[in-house]
Ligand binder design. Structure first.
Ligand code: GDP
Ligand code: IMO
Ligand code: MG
Length: 429
């Protein structure tokens, strides 16, 4: 059996959580491979709405095992809150959620460092989610991090104190103190006390060598779905650096973030919105800073699932989409939030960009430094509500034309169209 993958093709928030939840019945195991609580994956079912940050989106399917892989970074406080929410919906995460011992921990001082680094950058800030993502991955790669498995060691608190002290020295170098920042509405000391309590909860869950578990399950014929966080255009290498996250959001991240060999990657489901959004700073070629952008934000309820920040909105960027499809080897496209375009007379798609007098059919290295003008192609809107459509035949012909135009430009088939936030609002194509 191969491992199938679901990942985002834009700047995150494409609706990955919903699609994982929709496809989960076809799998035995759902595994997150990168990112951390910077993610906010929304699931809607039976009139409930849940936002997951660290726990995989298969958790509400009782018979599925969910795995938090080695490539993920975990904040025990956020994790504990999430566990309580999930349990309030009658899910049983203490039974069917396994955590890699190799996943790294986000310390309270990582949260402070994230805030201090953003403050230092001033107007050039990344617009991070302030969840400590960049400092924790920095410690991972500089070989100073603490891992989930370390919580089982007798000397864990001494290791913790050593790392904490080195972070506090860094924070001083930024001319900041622990009192300068609140963490999720708490003082540093309050948050740290909570963190210490929640470490006990985290380490009471099944902590495993997830790469060994997943490979054994794969060999025994179990079907595994890898769940990505963020999106391809936020990848540490292929995104608009430095306005990116600190992990590999592309398909290659599945291999390193779960310990799956490249030859075992199966279908790659690339999720994209029928338009584009971005939270935080960085280039956005098709951004609309006018009433049309505002209408997209309002109709799509485009406010961050993790931070509540308004998302920047713009037209579908085919140049970036083709780039993302190529980098990930996408076999199936899934288009979400098509219903958000239901009331637009005309819709635009971007085919290429002009940057400093040069035409590009992909987002080039230069994208961060220069003025970008997108070449837009207008298409007719369908002006029909599609939220109740469940069959392809029910979809308006102009939406089918939009789908065909995207498939042609991307040389990849659209496998499903999502017509609303609920689990049931999905059309197979
Ligand atoms: P993720 O991070 O990729 O999982 O996406 P988010 O959950 O952050 O953001 C997607 C938002 O769009 C959530 O509020 C979803 O409930 C919602 N959503 C997902 N699919 C659709 C859809 O087809 N139509 C509409 N209107 N909303 C959707
Ligand atoms: P999901 O999984 C959208 C963005 C932040 C910021 C940049 C770096 O829900 O799609 P970080 O906190 O990672 O250091 O922030 O990345 N970002 C996301 N944007 N969806 C996400 O996750 C994101 N995770 C991080 O807004 O611009
Ligand atoms: Mg999200």
């Amino acid at each position: 059996m191969n491992v199938d993958v679901i990942l985002g093709l834009q700047w995150g928030d494409e609706g990955k959580g919903k699609i994982v939840d929709v496809l989960a019945p076809g799998y035995d195991i759902i595994a997150r491979f990168q990112g951390g609580p910077n993610a906010g994956h929304t699931l809607e079912f039976d009139h409930h709405k849940v936002i997951l940050h660290t726990i995989p989106s298969g958790i509400f399917h009782q018979d599925k095992i969910n795995v938090i892989g080695n490539g993920v970074v975990i904040d025990p406080v956020i994790f504990a809150k999430e566990l309580a929410v999930v349990e309030s919906f009658n899910a049983q995460p203490r039974k069917n959620l396994y955590i890699s011992k190799r996943a790294h921990l986000i310390l309270p001082t990582h949260r402070l460092l994230d805030a201090a680094q953003e403050k230092e950058k001033g107007a050039a800030k990344i617009g991070s989610t302030l969840k400590g993502i960049s400092p924790s991955y920095t410690d991972k790669y500089s070989r100073n991090g603490l891992r989930v498995g370390d919580t089982l060691r007798n000397d864990f608190w001494s290791l913790y104190d050593t790392l904490r002290q080195s972070h506090l020295r860094l924070i001083q170098m930024f001319n900041c103190s622990v009192d300068d920042f609140q963490i999720d509405g708490m003082s540093f000391n309050e948050f740290e006390q909570q963190w210490k309590k929640d470490i006990a909860l985290l380490s009471s869950l099944p902590l495993i060598d997830s790469e060994v578990f997943l490979n054994a399950q794969m060999k025994s014929g179990k079907r595994i779905l890898a769940e990505g966080a963020q999106g391809t255009l936020l990848d540490i290498d292929f995104g608009s650096y430095p306005f990116v996250t600190s992990s590999h959001t592309v398909c290659g991240g599945v291999c390193t973030g779960l310990g799956i060999a490249p030859r075992h990657i199966g279908n790659v489901f690339g999720i994209f919105k029928a338009y584009c959004t971005r939270v935080g700073s960085g280039p956005f070629p098709t951004e609309l800073s006018d009433d049309t952008g505002e209408k997209l934000r309002k109709n799509g309820f485009e406010f961050g699932s993790t931070t509540g920040r308004p998302r920047r909105c713009g037209w579908l960027d085919l140049a970036a989409l083709r780039y993302a499809i190529e980098l990930n080897g996408v076999s199936h496209l899934i288009m979400t939030k098509a219903d958000v375009l239901d009331t637009f007379e005309t819709i635009q798609m971007c085919s290429s960009y002009n940057i400093a007098g040069k035409e590009y059919s992909y987002p080039p290295y230069e994208i961060c430094d220069q003025q970008i003008s997108p070449s837009l192609i207008p298409v007719n809107g369908w002006n029909t509500a599609i939220t109740n459509c469940t069959q392809k035949q029910e979809l308006p012909s102009r939406l089918l034309d939009y789908v065909a135009a995207i498939e042609k430009a991307c040389e990849t088939n659209i496998h499903m169209v999502s017509t609303g936030p609920d689990r049931k609002q999905i059309v197979s194509m």
